[in-house]
Design a protein around this ligand. Structure first.
Ligand code: CUA
Length: 139
């Protein structure tokens, strides 16, 4: 009986960890393209060296692709998935997050160092998972 109890507790902790945080904004994954702000993905300049990137992820691409910002820029990513769970990792930064259909993921990163930053999907999402990548050019 104790074992069964431990199993349930353990399983619940595991399930909680896998699930998205309960305070997240939600979105209908079937209608991403009809909903603000994802009806208009892209880059918006919102301040001095400050940008908002509205990004959708789907098998096997990021939209928009190949971003470019001046060094020192702070970039606010607002993301959702149009199909399955994807990941969004920016090499050489701390950005490494899941992008789950039905949820809006927000993450902010300041790019001080110039360079070519590789953006990768780090959640297995199907046959084209390995090629799901793009770049952020900081100059
Ligand atoms: Cu998208 Cu792996």
């Amino acid at each position: 009986m104790i074992l069964g109890f431990m199993f349930i507790i353990g399983y619940q902790a595991f399930a909680d960890e896998l699930g998205p945080p309960s305070n997240q904004e939600t979105i209908d994954p079937q209608k991403v393209e009809q909903q603000e702000p994802f009806n208009n993905p892209g880059v918006k300049k919102i301040g001095e060296k400050e940008y908002e990137v509205v990004m959708t992820l789907e098998i096997f691409s990021f939209d928009p692709m190949e971003l470019e910002f001046p060094a020192g820029s702070t970039v606010h990513f607002v993301m959702t998935s149009k199909d399955v769970v994807h990941g969004m990792e920016i090499a050489n930064t701390n950005v490494n997050t899941m992008v789950v259909p039905g949820y809006i993921q927000r993450i902010t990163q300041t790019f001080d160092k110039p360079g070519n930053y590789l953006v990768l999907c780090n959640e297995y999402c199907g046959a084209g998972h390995q090629v799901m990548s793009t770049t952020i050019q900081i100059s």
